[in-house]
Design a protein around this ligand. Structure first.
Ligand code: FES
Ligand code: FES
Length: 163
């Protein structure tokens, strides 16, 4: 039996992308397999680990729990979209490197998305607010403290309080 395909048009990292997807295609599968944006990782595939986090209209969401058809007409930012247009790393990404906010890196794209969504909404978060923002993102390596430090470092740099 052939599955029905649906046309979608989504702004992904600032560019309009069109696709043909089945009703059950998840957003993460469309991003990774059709657009080849493999920076977004797949972990549990049922909404627990946060590795697949992307921003949908500015909100961090788990793209394994969003159907691609639900993103039709909306704006998605993946980890690839966090880097500055000219290349290199964003202040947030650089802060993760400097504060040792990653080890194996599997959780890192989701952590960066959760952190960026937080900083967009709250440029000077408290440590409690940082921990709350990443509470749904699992990391098996770091023990979380370096990630919290990295986000705090980025917040200070972005607000001009820290170099
Ligand atoms: S892969 Fe989506 S939450 Fe784990
Ligand atoms: S750095 Fe390995 S899971 Fe977070």
């Amino acid at each position: 039996m052939t599955e029905t395909l649906y046309s979608i048009a989504v702004e992904v990292n600032g560019a309009q992308r069109n696709g043909q997807v089945t009703a059950r295609t998840s957003l993460v599968d469309w991003l990774r397999e059709h657009l080849h944006l493999t920076g977004t990782h797949v972990g549990c595939e049922h909404g627990i680990c946060g590795a697949c986090s992307v921003m949908l209209d500015g909100e961090a969401v788990r793209s394994c729990l969003v159907y691609a058809v639900q993103a039709d007409g909306h704006r998605v930012v993946t980890v690839e979209g966090l880097a500055p247009p000219g290349g290199g790393m964003s202040i947030l990404q650089d802060s993760f490197c400097e504060a040792h906010g990653l080890q194996c890196g599997y959780c890192t794209p989701g952590m960066l998305i959760a952190a960026q969504a937080l900083l967009n909404a709250n440029p000077r978060p408290s440590e409690h607010e940082i921990r709350d923002a990443i509470a749904g993102n699992l990391c098996r390596c770091t023990g979380y403290q370096q990630i919290v430090d990295a986000i705090g470092l980025a917040a200070g740099r972005l607000s001009g309080e820290t170099s």
